[in-house]
Design a protein around this ligand. Structure first.
Ligand code: ZN
Length: 151
């Protein structure tokens, strides 16, 4: 009887572990008209073959006045990338083109729109300090958070 319970427990733990791994490969984040993301932490796994990040703008303001995107860089790079992104302008989603410091980014979206970016988990290093932020002018100082990268 004891053994049966133990086996069942292990089976449940294994199933739960698998579910967690799937979650870490596909994350969702919302942004609103108040210049806010709905979370300050994104948790992903570097072991994912592909990581998918889906941004949904839950507000109503147009992209020209309240555009949002999600850009991921190492925390040490984020301020410089945000600054360089301004030069790329709206047509470049305010992200410097072909920049090795940029791990991934979504295009800019306005109210009611969403955007998804997929990239290889191997582009991230577990335990490294990453930041996600919105590179729309004036947003990066408040619209940012930590990307926690698990193995
Ligand atoms: Zn924004």
């Amino acid at each position: 009887m004891k053994t049966t319970r133990l086996i069942l427990g292990l089976a449940l733990a294994a199933a739960f572990g698998t579910a967690q791994a799937d979650d870490a490969c596909k994350v969702k984040i919302g942004a609103n008209d108040m210049m806010q993301f709905d979370t300050d932490t994104l948790t992903v796994s570097a072991g994912c073959k592909t990581i998918e990040i889906e941004l949904t703008h839950t507000g109503q303001l147009p992209v020209a006045s309240m555009g949002h995107n999600v850009v991921i860089t190492k925390t040490a790079d984020y301020e410089a990338v945000a600054k360089d992104g301004l030069k790329a302008g709206p047509e470049g989603s305010y992200v410097p083109a072909d920049d090795a410091r940029v791990v991934a980014f979504t295009k800019l979206v306005g109210g009611g729109e969403s955007a998804t970016v997929s990239f290889e988990g191997s582009k991230l290093t577990a335990g490294e300090d990453y930041t996600f932020f919105c590179s729309f002018p004036g947003h990066s100082s408040v619209m940012k958070g930590k990307v926690v990268v698990n193995p």
